[in-house]
Design a binder for this molecule. Structure first.
Ligand SMILES: [Zn+2]
Length: 82
């Protein structure tokens, strides 16, 4: 059996780690390639680090946007009932 010779694209690695690849067949192809190809595993690990950084960055943005909203709601209610 011959490998297709095509490496996984950065885009597909991103999608893989972001959980955006839902098709079992596509997942199986990627995972099979990662098992056989150390080049792509190395790139996958870099992608994983990047995705983790993105998640941290995104979650801190979420916190900034959500916190004032959460604080505003009870304050408004308190003002209304006072
Ligand atoms: Zn590869």
């Amino acid at each position: 059996m011959r490998a297709s010779g095509r490496h996984i694209s950065d885009h597909d690695l991103d999608r893989y780690y972001l959980g955006m690849i839902r098709e079992e067949r596509e997942l199986a192809v990627l995972e099979e390639h990662l098992l056989a190809c150390s080049d792509c595993v190395a790139r996958a690990q870099q992608t994983e680090d990047l995705v983790d950084e993105l998640r941290v960055a995104l979650s801190s943005i979420d916190d900034l946007q959500c916190e004032p909203a959460f604080r505003k709601a009870p304050r408004l209610r308190a003002v209304g009932s006072a």
